[in-house]
Design a protein around this ligand. Structure first.
Ligand SMILES: [Zn+2]
Length: 468
């Protein structure tokens, strides 16, 4: 498998440190707000990566952290007069709900920053000892960027812009200048109840040190893949490297995987434009997942509701295909003697080769997806041409291939939504009418079912009913 590595700016062969285990760390949500569909794109692409590695028989250990303390959270709880945990648990829950609705597989660990203060303090002590960090008069501790020679190697920022000794202690800064950043922020009255009284002083951690501490604890150092949104490359990931590699003189992560931005109807999502979308704005989360698959993770994705509609109908054509396969598989009896049709075997092999090759090529999910549509087209063409040669064995063969592919895509292609009782009863009435050759009544019932939003289809392999 080949994968693009931000660190080397190259597509490289993927060789894990301790195969078959692959350790992945993805920077998780800051739980002060609902995750928007741009954040969710990153987690979905990490899920594609994880499922692809599992598809190719690797054992993935995935860690997604929860940032549950930062400036914004502290401001919010002071305003709302609630405890840190009360506040963050709401957004934590929402994050988990969002990823579940997108069929994102669970991580091995979801460590919370507030539960790993000791690990952060240990790294900060090491950095102080090595002269890579210094304490200021107010008791805060900063990382000394000019003392770390490799600073800038990930983001390729221009070191000439180095502002020696300039400091920043807010969690988010978008200046292009590398400046000394806070590892530990000394206590101020605005922090209220949020502080830890530890040997390096009373205060709370900076954002970057949280990730260095948690990925080291759960994955060791070095680990295989560090993932996140493209906007985290600088300063967050650059600073993680500075802290972890500065403290322990070992590489932090071998591969750096970054997911590009998502824009909405051609514009950046922002509060001022009032266009921030969360999972609740999406009526069909699996169609959104389909949309994510359609764009390569390194390209910008322009989300539009028209595209979502398109994704939905493409998804419907795939599930109609899988339903047909299942109907055929059920319709025919097992035939022991017969061998798999050669032409179908060829069609299946071509699909699997193309699908696997696409994924191996830097996780080319749009190409993998289109190979599935090619398969659908080829199979339909075959069935139309040789309807008597596509039977149980052939259907089962294609079902297995699609099912396998869906273990990566995660589109629930074989999930059957149970019909409501009312529709099931109408279907039984229609069957009775048909058995009695009462065609006009059968048609009448079909129309009634249509009015309730369901479509009845009579196929050579039986009758099927699905949501319109
Ligand atoms: Zn992080």
């Amino acid at each position: 498998m080949r994968i693009y590595n931000t660190l080397t700016s190259k597509v490289e062969d993927f060789e894990p440190i301790n195969p078959p285990v692959v350790g992945i760390y993805a920077c998780g949500p800051t739980v002060y707000d609902y995750p928007h569909i741009g954040n969710l794109r990153t987690f979905c692409c990490v899920d594609f990566l994880r499922r692809t590695l599992e598809y190719f028989s690797f054992q993935v250990k995935l860690v997604i952290n929860i940032t549950d303390v930062d400036d914004k959270i502290i401001n919010a709880i002071n305003q709302k007069k609630v405890s840190l945990r009360e506040y963050t648990s709401i957004y934590e829950k929402y994050f988990f709900e969002s990823i579940e609705r997108l069929n994102i597989k669970g991580a091995s660990f979801y460590p919370r920053a507030t539960e790993h203060i000791k690990e952060m303090v240990d790294i900060i002590k090491e950095l102080l000892k090595k002269g890579l960090a210094y304490k200021t008069e107010d008791g805060s501790i900063y990382f000394s960027v000019s003392s770390f020679k490799d600073y800038g190697k990930l983001s390729k920022i221009n070191k000439d812009n180095l502002m020696v000794g300039a400091r920043v202690n807010v969690d988010q800064y978008d200046k292009e200048n590398p400046v000394d950043f806070a590892l530990w922020k000394s206590y101020t009255p605005e922090d209220g109840e949020v502080y830890w009284d530890v040997e390096i002083g009373k205060g709370r951690p900076g954002w970057h040190i949280e990730c260095s501490a948690m990925n080291r604890k759960y994955l060791g150092q070095p680990f295989d893949i560090h993932a996140g949104g493209i906007d985290l490359i600088f300063p967050h990931h650059e600073n993680e490297i500075a802290q972890s590699e500065g403290a322990f003189d070992i590489m932090l992560a071998k591969y750096w995987f970054h997911v590009n931005h998502l824009i909405v109807e051609g514009q950046k999502m922002s509060k001022s434009l009032n266009n921030i979308l969360t999972i609740n704005d999406i009526d069909d989360p699996i169609a959104l997942r389909f949309l994510y698959l359609q764009t390569h993770y390194r390209n910008k994705l322009n989300f539009t509701f028209d595209n979502l509609k398109g994704a939905k109908s493409a998804l419907n054509s795939l599930t109609a295909f899988t339903s047909t396969l299942v109907d055929i598989e059920r319709f025919f009896e097992e035939e022991k003697e017969e061998e798999l049709n050669e032409e179908i075997e060829k069609i299946g092999k071509k699909f699997k080769d193309n699908f696997d090759e696409a994924l191996k090529d830097d996780l080319n999910t749009p190409k993998a997806l289109s190979s599935l549509f090619d398969l659908m087209h080829d199979v339909y063409t075959f069935i139309n041409k040789y309807p008597k040669q596509f039977k149980k064995r052939e259907a089962k063969f294609i079902i297995d291939l699609v099912n396998n592919a869906d273990s990566v895509l995660g589109l629930d292609l074989f999930k059957v939504e149970p019909l409501p009782d009312e529709i099931r009863e109408l279907m039984l009435m229609r069957k009775k009418a048909k058995d009695e050759k009462n065609w006009s009544l059968a048609d009448e019932i079909r129309n009634k079912i249509r009015e309730k939003g369901y479509i009845v289809e009579d196929t050579p392999w039986g009758t099927r009913c699905r949501k319109a």
